[in-house]
Every structure is written in C-alpha cells, then in structure tokens.
Design a protein around this ligand. Sequence first.
Ligand code: CMP
Length: 141
Amino acid sequence: MPSNRTLTIIKPDAFGAGKAGKIIAHLEQGGFRLVAARVMQLSGAQAGEFYAIHKGRPFYSELVEFMTSGECMPMILEKDGAVAALREAIGATDPAEADAGTVRKLYAESKGRNAIHASDSDENAERESRFFFAESEAIRG
Ligand code: CMP
C-alpha cells in the first residue's frame, strides 16, 4: 500500500520571493494536510547530502549552490497516495513543460530555480522526512 506522507521543500527562489503562503494554500486546496514544517537555510554539507543521489550530474554543484542561497521550507505533507499525488500537483521539473495549474507552472522560473521539491518514492519520502524532522516533530496519526 502506498504511504500517505511525503516530503516537500519550498526552495529558496519561491521562499525568497514571498510565494510560500500561496504555495501552501494551493497544496491545502489540493487536499494535502501539513503535518510538519520548518524554515531554515541549508549548509553546503546538508544540501550536498540531501541531493547526494545527483552527485556527478552536470547540474549538481549549481543545485547545491542554489539550495544554499537562501531560506527554504521543508514540510511533510499527508494525503492518500501522497508521493504520486504531490508529484502530479507540482508538475514537471522544467516549468516550461509543467501542466497548467501545477505549482511549478504557476510559481517556478526555470528547471534549476523550480520553486519546489517533492520526494520521488515512498522510500525516499521516508529518508527525506527523517533528514529534516524527528518522528516527534510531525503530527501523529
Ligand atoms: P528536484 O525535484 O528538487 O530534484 C533535483 C533537482 O535538480 C531538480 O528538482 C532541479 O531543480 C535540479 N536540476 C537542475 N538542473 C537540472 C537538469 N538539467 N535536470 C534535472 N534536474 C535539474
């Protein structure tokens, strides 16, 4: 059975532009429940570890630099089939290719500065949630 929780990050481009409230409202209207949230600025070590899966890709250093460039907002969201539902709600990595009405179509600038991250599997949702939050920091049940 798919998990009902996933991890998202409102990235520094969107957070710095004051779009966090609109993005959260968009997600809540889409049926997601916010069960954990924080505001923080990632260190280079944290961003490098979080995106370690992309190490060696040509965009890796740019990605780490961007993710450390300002505050971001990691959150755990809850909804039935959360991982797939959130990926659908945020749209394609490149906002130019994202469907109308998705978060990236509405709020992202480019493939690199693309407003929001979402876990791509239940396994990564669990790993990424634990990266930012202790179990006691998320609403239970
Ligand atoms: P995200 O969903 O956070 O996961 C990896 C990120 O790498 C992705 O969103 C993009 O913001 C970023 N990225 C930058 N350039 C590229 C690229 N050429 N291909 C894929 N991802 C990229």
